[in-house]
Ligand binder design. Structure first.
Ligand code: 5GP
Length: 194
């Protein structure tokens, strides 16, 4: 297994980083009541942990989006919209990973049109070398190498979201041929990184 994936961030690395991000948000939003928007599904795990690291009167909302067709235009369809109006609110969009940035650029413009008091991004992973559209990521967990990653919310074919750590896959072709190729990481093979 070790030769096919690399552990980029252990559960402990993630825990420490999420606590630091939460402390930063707590400090910078003191006296305000931010709403943390989770972009389903990948961002849900990070969102839940980040929320518990924020010591403020914060609220949450959820959005689900899906790409139109196969291309990578960044144009997305909103599958589930927010429950509440964000007009006049301090909004933080919580994302698992920003890659080209196309999806998030589109989403931010849709949210900005609703007149929030402020709109910031908190992303656990930033694949900055892949960026096509510039995005100001106010809170960033890790600058992620240009590799396909799995775990802590990030999936392949809906598998691996429940890995408590994050791995980079060396041979994405092997994963495409057999999506369950690395499920043993969910058992004893992954215990060292929990
Ligand atoms: P972007 O529009 O920034 O290129 O795409 C962002 C989306 O692509 C993420 O929300 C995520 O769903 C997916 N994505 C990008 N890189 C990875 C990766 O390394 N692993 C996984 N599992 N998904 C990724």
């Amino acid at each position: 297994m070790q030769e096919q994936v690399t552990v980029l961030y252990t559960a402990g690395d993630i825990r420490d980083r999420v606590r630091a991000l939460g402390a930063g948000i707590t400090r910078e939003y003191a006296g305000r009541q931010p709403v943390l928007i989770s972009v389903l599904k990948g961002g849900a795990m990070f969102h839940a942990d980040l929320l518990r690291a924020i010591d403020l009167h914060a609220s949450v909302d959820f959005m689900s989006i899906s790409a139109y067709g196969e291309g990578s235009s960044g144009v997305v369809r909103i599958m589930k919209d927010l429950d509440r109006d964000i007009g006049g609110r301090d909004v933080i969009v919580v994302e698992d990973i920003v890659d080209t940035g196309l999806t998030l650029t589109y989403l931010l413009s849709a949210l900005r049109a609703r007149d929030p008091a402020s709109l910031e991004v908190c992303a656990l992973l930033d694949k900055s070398v892949r960026r096509i559209t510039p995005i100001d990521i106010r809170y960033r967990g890790f600058d992620c190498p240009d590799q396909f990653v799995l775990g802590y919310g990030l999936d392949f074919d809906e598998i691996y979201r429940n890995l408590p750590f994050i791995v980079a896959v060396k041979d994405v072709g092997a994963l495409s041929r057999n999506p369950a190729a690395f499920v043993s990481l969910l058992g004893p093979d992954g215990n060292a990184y929990r």
